[in-house]
Design a protein around this ligand. Structure first.
Ligand code: ADP
Length: 686
């Protein structure tokens, strides 16, 4: 209907039509008024898609006339990237007559595009015909930006969480800011506080000619806004670096200007405990200061950067400490394991596989471990499993494993029960390959035995005279008795009873000589250390018996105070007797010049507290100077003309190998007392 078209039918009709037109115009005006007074942007579109009306807020936003905007589809009010979609949605709506919604960027009067949500709905007459489309345009730019920021933030945090490389994360952060707050360039600079220098974190949009000189720059206030921000721990805004009096001589200034950058804002990136990890810089090619929006973006970015940097640092730290641990384990020939009892799940560290010589990564089972255990040590494995099942809190074993090439390794295992995270007890343990130590201990023990034997031969050499005497005595007895016996048998009548008696004495003397020889053989023989039960009283008595003649010759009076029911000790009898002989001879030697008092040597045995047996030899000799005390037990320390100075050092090492100790104390009166004590059995076996 065209209200401007008139008919020539009667005045009445003309008048009625004019009235109708006036009414219609009034309604149109009313409609326009209503549309204009809506505070949002409204567009009215004809059913054929032509723009009919745009309200005032709409015209103001676009800064164009209605006439100019009628051709929106072929000019720039809608962002070219969004235009095809808008046309498609509108065409479809016009065809179907259904309400539509579409989002697109609209160009503001100043050229800035903002996001709008358009909702078009048809206005129909009573017959349902579409008269017009009313389109409501809502500015959703803030929401869109927030959504984009949120999505960006989420993506970046996901990158951090998935362990992406730090440079990659920081690069994305810079790009995110550059895309969100157009018209700026970003850089993230890390600080190495050990050298107080900057390291380039990321600056993807800046050329190498800018980035390279920044790398390794010293963190000082003179460096520029980043240096100042890092040291003052606060944001530094240089609106115009060219004019800013603070940065006239800053290192960064000529670099910025050479690259056409004027404003430089730097914000410190803090760690959780307030240390500056680096700085985040925004550059613009014209003087400017940050808007609230940009400030929000900066705090968002520095927060994410802080998480990413801290994570990278702690990962680096973790890698270092893992490497440190692995190196330590390698050097210590050590490995560790986790054993979940309920599931029999065993987790091994890499060095464990190396010790057991299994392929790294194969699933470890008790059966597999047992296949390596030395057959003689299998009971130990069974014992360990049984104790673990009982829930014993700690255990420690030394056992051997037999390698496929037949070699044997000695292992020391310790394990401790820990938190029961998997619903049952689990053990954390460590295994150390102690083969080397074991072999050197064996070698040491052999060397000690050999040395002890040498020392024994030497000290027994001095006893030769007494031995000769010991043997000589029964021998001459035998000869005397034998001739007496012959004489008695030659008598007339032969004295058979007397001869029998003398023959018996001959046998006794023969046995005595044999005994002496046996004891000497035992002391001279080359034997490795053996462990047996030893009665130290008996051992002492034997030594005294062997040395009696020599002591008598030296006019030494032997006294004993041997404890009754002395508990037995476990050890090497010959070695222990060697120690006693040394003490006896030293005591005798120390009294060889004593003439003003009895040369008395007292042997004492007693039980010490804590299940130890003590043997002490108390002499009345010359004693030693106080300063000599520390040196007595050193090898080759001697004050004797013919001494070797190894008796006491060998003796002490023998006692220590018996888990005991040896010492000397000056007597209250003349002489010294040498003592040793070694652990004894609690109960004397019956
Ligand atoms: P050696 O008897 O060959 O000298 P030892 O190791 O047995 O070697 O003794 C080292 C030194 O300790 C002796 O030379 C002596 O000076 C001192 N010594 C050992 N026993 C006594 C003692 N009972 N009284 C005084 N000095 C002693």
């Amino acid at each position: 209907m065209n209200p401007g078209r008139k008919t020539t039918a009667g005045d009445d009709l003309v008048q009625r039509l004019e009235q109708a037109e006036t009414a219609l115009q009034a309604r149109e005006l009313n409609f326009q008024l209503i549309v204009d007074s809506i505070p949002a942007q409204v567009a009215v579109i004809a059913p054929n898609g032509e723009v009919e009306t745009l309200n005032q807020p709409c015209l103001e936003y676009f800064g164009k006339t209605l006439g100019e905007l009628k051709g929106w589809a072929s000019s720039d009010p809608v962002h070219p990237e969004d235009l095809p979609h808008v046309i498609e949605v509108l065409t479809h709506a016009l065809k179907t007559g259904q309400t539509y919604e579409v989002e697109a960027r609209h160009r503001r009067y100043d050229g800035v595009y903002r996001w709008f949500h358009a909702r078009g709905f048809p206005l129909k007459d009573i017959d349902g015909r579409i008269l017009r489309w009313c389109v409501l345009l809502t500015d959703i730019d803030d929401r869109k930006r927030a959504e984009a920021q949120l999505a960006g933030e989420k993506r970046l945090l996901e990158m951090v969480a998935s362990g992406a490389d730090l440079t990659e994360v920081l690069t994305e952060l810079c790009k995110f800011v550059e895309n969100t707050a157009a018209d700026c360039t970003c850089g993230i600079y890390l600080i190495d506080w050990r050298t107080t220098t900057f390291r380039l974190g990321a600056a993807p949009s800046l050329p190498a000619s800018f980035n390279d000189p920044v790398e390794g720059l010293t963190v000082t206030p003179d460096a520029g806004p980043c240096g100042a921000a890092a040291l003052t721990k606060s944001q530094v805004i240089a609106t115009d670096i060219e004019a800013d009096p603070r940065f006239q001589s800053a290192t960064i200034r000529p670099l910025l200007l050479a690259h056409g950058l004027r404003s430089h804002w730097s914000t410190p990136i803090f760690s959780r405990n307030g240390e500056v990890l680096g700085t985040f810089a925004i550059f613009q090619n014209h003087p400017s200061s940050p808007t609230q929006l940009q400030q929000d973006l900066i705090s968002q970015v520095t927060h994410i950067a802080s998480i990413a940097i801290e994570r990278a640092l702690s990962e680096e730290e973790l890698r270092r400490s893992e490497a440190f641990l692995a190196e330590g384990q390698y050097l210590g020939r050590m490995g560790n394991f986790l054993w979940v009892i309920a599931t029999n799940q065993i987790t091994w560290s890499e060095p464990m596989y190396r010790i057991f010589e299994f392929d790294p990564g194969i699933t470890m089972t008790l059966e597999l471990i047992a296949s390596r255990v030395h057959p003689d040590d299998m009971p130990m494995i069974h014992d360990m499993v049984e104790r673990a099942e009982r829930g014993v809190s700690d255990f420690e074993y030394e056992h051997r494993i037999l390698m496929p090439d037949g070699s044997v390794k000695y292992l020391h295992l310790i394990a401790h029960r820990t938190r029961e995270e998997h619903g049952g007890p689990e053990y954390i343990g460590a295994v150390q390959d102690v083969t080397q130590r074991h072999l050197s201990e064996e070698a040491l023990s052999k060397a000690r035995s050999e040395l002890a034997r040498v020392a024994r031969v030497m000290s027994l050499g001095a006893l030769t005279a007494s031995i000769a005497h010991e043997v000589n005595q029964p021998l001459s007895g035998i000869i005397t008795n034998a001739s007496t016996c012959v004489r008695m048998l030659d008598g007339d009548p032969p004295n058979v009873d007397g001869a029998r008696e003398t023959a018996k004495r001959t046998i006794r003397d023969g046995r005595r000589a044999a005994d002496v020889i046996t004891r000497l053989r035992a002391l001279f023989s080359k034997k490795e250390a053996v462990t047996e039960l030893v009665d130290l009283n008996e051992a002492t008595r034997e030594v005294m018996a062997l040395s009696r003649s020599e002591l008598e010759r030296n006019r030494v009076i032997l006294r004993t105070e041997l404890a009754e029911e002395l508990p037995l000790v476990r050890g090497d009898r010959v070695q222990l007797q060697q120690v006693i002989i040394n003490l006896l001879r030293n005591g005798s030697d120390a009294m060889s010049t004593v003439g003003d008092r009895p040369r008395e040597l007292l042997f004492k045995t007693e039980v010490e507290e804590g299940n130890y047996v003590r043997v002490s030899v108390h002499d009345a000799g010359t004693g030693f100077e106080p300063h000599a005390m520390d040196r007595l037990f050193q090898s080759f320390y001697t004050t004797k003309d013919v001494g070797m100075g190894i008796g006491l050092s060998v003796s002490r090492s023998i006692i220590e190998s018996h888990r005991g100790r040896m010492w000397a104390t000056p007597n209250d009166g003349p002489g010294v007392t040498f003592s040793f004590s070694i652990p004894c059995l609690v109960d004397r076996p019956g």
